[in-house]
Design a protein around this ligand. Structure first.
Ligand SMILES: *Cc1c(COP(=O)(O)O)cnc(C)c1O
Length: 310
């Protein structure tokens, strides 16, 4: 639907877009049964990450994120004058609630499902963090469409909760740079004051509105991933990988051969996967997207070739 909207585009280039993208915020409000004022939209969820820290972090404030998780958090925290504190996840890659709360951070951020491990965090842990902290808690649901649970419906219950979502993953629209934050109205209002007006351009807004109204696409995409996840997981295990539970559209797995060799030899064969093997906690691990059956078969075949060559 977004591609079709782009094709039939009739746009007056001379006019500005709507200041805070009310059209898209209304479409999202309808989708989640919330109100326009619960939403802030911007140029990718990366903009909303930046806006969140810009709004709630003052110079020297501590901000907490778990490890391993999304590497850009530390960048946005420090760029906005904050001090980033990284707290280890437990053995099952779940949140260590007491350790997360200990630094009494101004802002805490966690992706759920987590990137790169793939699992969701227990909602009771997220709720406990929300209840026990006086700071802001950002739950980055970049892969939320694939997960069974979401914190979006809870934004009016917790006045310190911000949920981030993006059109870059399940919506398959990374090129358009659209993301959104969902929060209670007072937090949303503070973020709107800080955000640059017009940061979402008119073309991106129009295609995102079309995409929101095409939830069938999301259903098809998510069910394809749900179907292929156990298939790819079993294929990787058969090749000697130790796979981790995923609630997302990717799988993290510990390679039976050297991670760097695997990734570079696959690249020579035209297959790109992400290397996390030299990072602490994900030693010798790689992360691969779950594709169509055809793509997953190519991936498994090329990995088998590399293992043979090793
Ligand atoms: C991809 C990703 C983002 C960034 O999304 P954009 O909307 O493209 O900026 C944010 N958080 C996580 C965890 C991601 O994986």
């Amino acid at each position: 639907a977004a591609a079709a909207a782009l094709k039939d585009l009739e746009l007056d280039l001379n006019g500005y877009p709507n200041t805070y993208s009310d059209g898209l915020r209304d479409a999202l409000a309808e989708l989640y049964d919330l109100e326009r004022d619960n939403f802030i939209v911007g140029s990718g969820s990366d903009e909303l990450l930046d806006v969140s820290f810009k709004t709630f972090t003052e110079w020297g404030d501590s901000c907490v994120s778990p490890v391993p998780s999304y590497s850009l958090y530390n960048y946005f925290i420090e760029l906005n004058g904050g001090k980033s504190i990284n707290v280890d996840l437990d053995e099952d890659f779940q949140l260590d609630v007491d350790a997360m709360l200990a630094p009494k951070a101004k802002v805490m951020i966690m992706p759920s499902p987590n990137n790169p491990t793939g699992n969701t965090f227990r909602s009771k842990d997220i709720e406990e963090i929300l209840e026990r902290t006086e700071g802001i808690v950002i739950v980055d649901e970049a892969y939320g469409e694939y997960a069974k649970e979401s914190m979006i419906s809870r934004v009016n219950e917790f006045d310190n909760l911000i949920v981030l979502r993006t059109f870059s993953k399940a919506y398959a629209m990374a090129a358009m740079r659209v993301g959104y934050a969902v929060a209670g109205k007072s937090v949303a209002d503070m973020m709107t004051c800080v955000k640059i007006p017009y940061s979402l351009n008119a073309i991106s807004e129009l295609t995102a509105i079309a995409a929101v109204k095409d939830q069938d696409f999301i259903k098809r995409s998510v069910s394809m991933v749900n179907e292929q996840r156990p298939y790819l997981d079993a294929g990787l295990r058969k090749l000697g990988f130790e796979t981790y539970h995923s609630d997302s559209n990717f799988i993290m797995a510990r390679s039976p051969v050297d991670h760097a060799v695997l990734v570079s030899k696959l690249k020579e064969k035209g297959v790109m996967i992400r290397d996390f093997g030299s990072k602490r906690r994900t030693e010798n691990c790689v992360r691969t997207t779950i594709g169509t059956k055809e793509l997953n078969d190519i991936l498994l075949e090329k990995i088998a070739e590399v293992i043979d060559e090793c």
